[in-house]
Design a protein around this ligand. Structure first.
Ligand code: GLY
Length: 373
């Protein structure tokens, strides 16, 4: 039996555990049964993940005689909209899911966000369990209760804070990710070291390559440490009045780049986060906040992992400086028209900055675009 970690998210009446380990799907019945009012759950998932993991989850639930009907949505970001929400909620109502029942979201960030939001609005709030299947979902989106959908106005503009009742992060599920998807999720892992734990960044520099190759003990530690950091931040600032904004390190750049590349395969979210973190550290150095060597150290680690670090690494056309700054200005984090960046005084020492000098930002972007040739 391998070791299981439990990270508690202390939110009073909404407190819950994130359970992290191998073979958790097989134990899902024992882990979830104590939370149920009756032995039945409804599983929202997507067809690709269902093909890989649904049977194992249902078998795990069956060990405690928990009946688990499932509904697979189409894979991809396209399901995370009004149509996907309607499909999910109508199915839950067809299944006669009641106020005291439990929904399970089995999948990556799309299913976690959509399933959580469907549970939040169904009968004014039904409890749900997150079973994240991607590294990105295990270390970020499944923890903290942000749920929602995209609209034609932008991503995640409609949603609710609805904390899960339990998160099961099964490290074995990461085996089925493509190397590209795994490394995209790793962008969010690095983010935790950068924003608040220099020792964790040191650890990632040493252990990152073996972890990417598949070492499960290292993967479990990286997920645990990331979740511990997120749990601490969420417990102190559940609705993002302050500190939680640090989790957006790299995201002002990332959201502009995702919009510029049409939210397509050209740039996965976690890839944009990694590039965004490298740019945020470069910007911090140019403003004189951190040493010149700090962004170089970050880029060296990302490159050693085989990850993108700069605009030159993004294939296809990109807008010019004005266009990119215009896309940044549409970010949710803009307040009173001011761009908001998470900058850093060092690795592990980030803070919110609302007054980045526009000329330094423009110069950095111009040089980055120049390198694209
Ligand atoms: N993914 C950022 C947050 O949960 O606040």
């Amino acid at each position: 039996m391998t070791h299981i970690d439990r990270v508690h998210v202390p939110l009073g009446a909404r407190a819950y555990d994130v359970v992290i380990g191998q073979g958790l799907l097989a134990q899902a019945g024992a882990l979830i049964a104590p939370l149920l009012a009756r032995p039945r759950v409804a599983v929202l998932t997507e067809s690709r993940v269902a093909g890989l993991h649904l049977e194992a989850l249902q078998a795990g639930l069956a060990t405690e005689s928990i009946d688990a009907h499932a509904h697979p949505l189409a894979p991809g970001e396209g399901s995370k909209g009004w149509d996907g929400l309607r499909e999910a909620v109508e199915w839950l109502l067809d299944e006669k899911i009641e106020r005291r029942d439990m929904v399970i979201a089995l999948g990556g960030g799309v299913i976690g966000d959509l399933g959580g939001f469907a549970a939040a609005v169904l009968r004014r709030g039904v409890r749900f369990v997150q079973v994240p299947s991607s590294l990105l979902a295990q270390v970020d989106s499944s923890v903290g209760g942000k749920t929602g959908i995209n609209t034609r106005h932008g991503k995640n503009l409609v949603g609710a804070f609805h904390q899960p009742a339990l998160v099961l992060a099964d490290i074995d599920l990461l085996d089925t990710l493509t190397p590209r998807d795994f490394l995209a999720g790793y962008g969010e892992v690095v983010k935790y070291g950068l924003l608040g734990d220099a020792a964790f960044f040191d650890w990632l520099e040493v252990n990152g390559p073996a972890l990417a190759k598949g070492d499960k003990a290292l993967r479990q530690y990286a997920v645990r440490r990331s979740v511990e950091m997120k749990a601490g931040i969420v417990a102190r600032d559940e609705t993002e009045q302050g500190e939680r904004a640090l989790l957006n390190l790299g995201h002002t750049f990332c959201h502009a780049l995702e919009a510029a590349t049409g939210y397509s395969e050209r740039l996965l979210h976690g890839e944009g986060v990694a590039i965004g973190c490298a740019l945020a550290f470069e910007l911090s150095a140019r403003i004189g906040l951190c040493a010149q060597e700090t962004p170089s150290r970050l880029r060296a680690h990302l490159r050693a992992m085989g990850m993108a670090t700069e605009l030159a690494d993004i294939p296809g056309e990109l807008p010019g400086v004005e266009g990119l700054i215009g896309l940044m200005a549409q970010d949710k984090k803009v307040q009173d028209g001011r761009l908001r960046f998470i900058l850093a005084r060092d690795i592990g020492a980030s803070f919110v900055c609302d007054d980045v000098p526009g000329d330094v930002l423009a110069q950095l972007l111009a040089e980055e675009l120049e390198r694209r040739g």
